[in-house]
Design a protein around this ligand. Structure first.
Ligand code: KIV
Ligand code: ZN
Length: 513
């Protein structure tokens, strides 16, 4: 685009995003997200934190080996061990491999967390960047909790790390504390007080604790930052990170006054959002900007009338521009493979032959029970059949007896370690009885934190969609399941969560930041 300054989009869904409670992904799931980010044409994919666990290391290595377009970043603390491990995973990306090293610079972090003086932190940062730069010229340094750092000290650290070889310097709002005007001034201050600042790209990384992550990122861009760190659906630690779809669409929609652009293929935004929700089981709120179910819904008559006459009366961006295809082609039991595969493609799924065959069989079986199949049903089928984690525990059959006269009883048959096991258990309700039966069969110690039920589409023949959040050894895991019978959907969600816990590929240790 002419006369616009390009903003680098650094996606950290697979690193900071994965630090959301319940958002752990296995290697295959991370790779799927990475492929979608590649399709979306983000500039940098932060693939993980290699030292955090073997699972994280493998995911970063696999992504560095497989993904061809974007740069691949891996996080490391400012220690030799971390940096060496990060490069071991990243080296497969060659020049596109980026070591992202960080150390906290605020008084509060230095005193209570690091127990280090200014000089020690400064020396540590410089040493880390020098080591990283000995592997690659593509080095990013982050001053963790920069927003609560004394400005002269922050400027001193930033100058020193640029001298040491950092080519990107990140100024994170780690705790989501700043406001746009303050953040603008901070970036301006660094531009004016760090003599070598022109030798590096200024990056921003905002958390959303006060709901200002996107506004703060935008203010920083206006002050001179040229890289924005963000996540799909804004997922991330606590209240999340700057949402990719929001910042990208702000820059695209308001080019009239902002004059910045990104290379993101915005039509891939909704497919990316859906894929992430499907994989993690974390749905976005209905009124979420850009990707929420209501983002382009016009309920009030006056709005509907206006949009019918002229879309721009109430729409500042088109649904098509973010990849929302509102022409919901409804499939039915007579739809063939071709229509089915076409529909999956337009929903953003890139399935291989075996996967699309599996999904097609499931679609046919659903179409026998349900007259019309909507896009949401297809999302659920893909989630259930294709994005399924390896099944340590497999549901074979189940039967429920319940009602106003009966004591709820669940009879559940499962395959566990190659053996068929069956049990009948009483409960306070059909779901309670089912979960107790599964727990008994699997001998799981995981505690149930949360259970939710919804209908995927309208109508009494709608598929039920359940999510189950379990916690074991302090780590939360979310499971999802869909089925026309809501109790079967609940069982599938519970077993899906147990399979995720059991899956060896899941990172065995939460990232230490
Ligand atoms: O929030 C933060 O400060 C981070 C850094 C490690 C970049 O995630
Ligand atoms: Zn962060």
């Amino acid at each position: 685009m002419a006369n616009t300054e390009r903003i680098i989009v650094f996606d950290t869904t697979l690193r900071d995003g994965e630090q959301s409670p319940g958002a752990s992904m296995n290697i295959e799931e991370k790779l799927r997200i990475a492929h979608q980010l590649e399709k979306m044409n983000v500039d940098v994919i932060e693939a993980g934190f290699p030292i955090a666990s073997d699972g994280d290391f493998e995911a970063v290595r696999k992504i560095a080996q497989t993904i061809k377009g974007p740069q691949i970043a891996g996080l490391s603390r400012s220690s030799e061990l971390d940096i060496n491990r990060a490069w071991e995973a990243l080296k497969y990306a060659g020049e596109r491999g980026r070591i992202h090293t960080f150390i906290a610079t605020s008084d509060i972090h230095m005193k209570y967390k690091l127990k280090m003086s200014d000089q020690e932190v400064l020396d540590g940062a410089v040493k880390a960047v020098q080591l990283a730069a000995s592997y690659t010229p593509n080095v990013e340094f982050s001053a963790e909790d920069a927003v609560r750092t004394r400005l002269p000290f922050l400027a001193q650290v930033i100058k020193a790390v640029i001298e040491a070889g950092a080519t990107t310097v990140n100024i994170p709002d780690t705790v989501g504390y700043t406001v746009p005007s303050e953040y603008f001034d901070m970036i301006r201050y660094l531009k004016q007080n760090v003599s070598n600042i022109d030798k590096a790209i200024i990056s921003v990384h905002c958390h959303n604790d006060l709901g200002l992550a996107v506004a703060n990122s935008l203010a920083a861009v206006q002050a001179g930052a040229r890289q924005v760190e963000c996540t799909i659906n804004g997922i991330g630690e606590r209240a999340g990170n700057c949402s990719l779809e929001e910042i990208v669409m702000v820059l695209r929609t308001r080019q009239d006054i902002l004059a910045y652009s990104t290379d993101v293929m915005t039509e891939q935004i909704v497919p990316a959002s859906k894929l992430l929700s499907t994989i993690t089981g974390i749905q976005v709120q209905q009124n979420k900007a850009v990707v929420g179910a209501n983002a382009f819904a016009h309920e009030a008559g006056i709005h509907q009338h206006g949009v019918m006459m002229e879309k721009s009366t109430y729409e500042i961006m088109t649904p098509e521009s973010v990849g929302l295809n509102q022409n919901k082609l409804v499939l039915g039991k007579h739809s063939g493979r071709h229509a089915f595969n076409d529909r999956l493609k337009s929903l953003g799924y890139d399935l291989n032959r075996e996967e699309s065959e599996k999904a097609f069989v499931r679609f046919k079986s659903l179409a026998d029970k349900k007259k019309e199949i909507f896009d949401e049903d297809l999302d659920a089928i893909v989630a259930d059949e294709v994005l399924r984690v390896p099944e340590t525990f497999k549901l074979l059959q189940m039967n429920i007896s319940c009602g106003s006269f009966a004591t709820p009883t669940a009879t559940v048959e499962m395959e566990i370690g190659g053996k068929v096991k069956k049990v009948a258990v009483l409960g306070d309700g059909p779901v309670d009885a089912t979960f107790k039966a599964i727990k008994k069969l699997t001998k799981s110690q995981a505690k149930l934190l949360n259970f939710s039920v919804g209908a995927i589409t309208g109508g009494t023949d709608a598929q039920g969609e359940c999510t189950v959040r379990l916690v074991e050894d302090g780590r939360e895991t979310l499971g999802a399941g869909a089925h026309p019978d809501i109790i079967v959907a609940s069982a599938k969600a519970y077993i899906n969560a147990l399979n995720k816990i059991a899956g060896k590929a899941i990172a065995s240790m939460k990232s230490p930041v």
